[in-house]
Design a protein around this ligand. Structure first.
Ligand code: KG4
Ligand code: ZN
Length: 347
């Protein structure tokens, strides 16, 4: 214990010297205590070195807030971002606003769309989450349903792995499905898990297992071709059917929620919403339901983010931080901010 304290005491002058040398203790930063910066980043010693180098290069930016994702997600990854934001906040004296990752996937749709009508339904489909959310305004959410096991993106990724494709699997499956084939017919139709249940929940792990068995069967089942082109055709056929099975379930459940809650806006967000075929089929379903459905869906605004803002990006956190600017945390209260792997968008 004594030895540890002695060791810490010795560290302070060394650190102060290092910060002085790295020009971190200039006039505008006299209130910054180097030891405090080190404590903020004690879980990330490597990041500490990088941040010191980074701060040396940049002057305090003209920013009102730093938005940081504090959940949901993998806690160690969340902490890296949270601690990095805390260090910047502390050093530059800029308050932080914590944001929810799922909400960020929704609110990125507000860029350029300020006239959103409520109630709205949001379908969030990412690598870790598949959720249907009822939205009565910004900050007013109710989770109607979610996946009971694998998320849609996770299913794309795992199925891609079975087919020997690279990660992330979603774009790979989409790329193959686009090639289309009539030369290879699958022996088995893949299941659409929970497509007809009355709730708004999803389950994709059964689909992945079905893909595994069907793939093994097709590989072993006597349909042997020595031509690698045929093997490519088989992958294309699988990719097309996997993508369609996922889209079918998402479409059915989402439009059920839209009808049940008489939604005026439908948001789709998260990495899987980058899928062009999914976008096309959602658009088509909107038109079809609007013209001949017994409960016309129009006027319903269907909003997708631009493709490059569907997958994780910093702008979505910034937009969400802007909407929640009243929840900002001052530099003196940084200890209150924690990562939360299970952060929920509503109770
Ligand atoms: O939202 P996101 O970028 O990260 C998480 O929050 O998880 O989503 C990543 C997921 C991955 O599973 C990836 O395979 C999937 O989004 N994805 C796609 C496409 N682009 C990314 N899935 C289907 N089609 C795509 N074009
Ligand atoms: Zn995401």
């Amino acid at each position: 214990m004594m030895a540890k304290r002695e060791h810490q005491k010795n560290l302070v002058p060394v650190l102060t010297k290092a910060l002085k040398e790295s020009n971190l203790l200039k006039a505008e930063n006299t209130k910054v205590k180097p030891q405090r910066l080190k404590i903020i980043l004690e879980r990330e010693p490597k990041l500490y070195k990088k941040i010191v180098a980074f701060l040396q290069k940049y002057k305090k930016p003209d920013l009102g807030l730093i938005a940081v994702t504090n959940g949901p997600g993998l806690e160690p990854c969340l902490w890296v971002g949270v601690n990095f934001a805390k260090a910047l906040s502390y050093y530059w004296d800029i308050p932080i606003v914590p944001v929810n990752h799922i909400e960020s996937h929704i609110l990125v749709n507000f860029l350029g769309n300020s006239e959103v009508k409520f109630p709205a339904i949001a379908l969030i489909v990412s690598g870790g989450h598949t959720e249907l959310i009822l939205m009565r305004g910004i900050g007013k959410y109710k989770i109607l349903g979610e996946t009971r096991d694998d998320a849609a993106g996770e299913c794309f990724d795992k199925c891609a792995k079975i087919l020997g494709l690279s990660y992330p699997g979603g774009p790979e499956i989409a790329r193959l499905a686009k090639l289309q084939t009539t030369r290879y017919k699958l022996q088995t139709k893949l299941p659409r898990p929970m497509i007809n249940t009355k709730d708004y929940d999803f389950s994709f792990s059964g689909l992945k297992t079905a893909v595994l068995y069907a793939w093994q069967k097709e590989e072993k089942g006597g349909r042997k071709f020595h031509c690698s082109e045929i093997s490519d055709q088989k992958k294309i056929a699988f990719a097309t059917e996997i993508q369609q099975a996922i889209i079918d379930v998402l479409l059915k459940k989402t439009f059920k929620a839209v009808k049940d809650y008489k939604a005026k806006t439908l948001f789709v967000g998260g990495g899987v919403s980058a899928n062009k075929e999914l976008r096309k089929q959602f658009q088509r379903a909107l038109t079809a339901n609007g013209s001949k459905g017994s409960t016309p869906l129009t006027p319903l605004d269907l909003l997708f983010p631009p493709v490059d803002l569907s997958t994780d990006n910093a702008l979505m956190a910034a937009v969400t931080g802007y909407f929640h600017r009243n929840k900002k945390i001052a530099r003196s209260d940084l200890a209150k901010l924690r990562a939360n792997a299970n952060l929920r968008i509503s109770k």
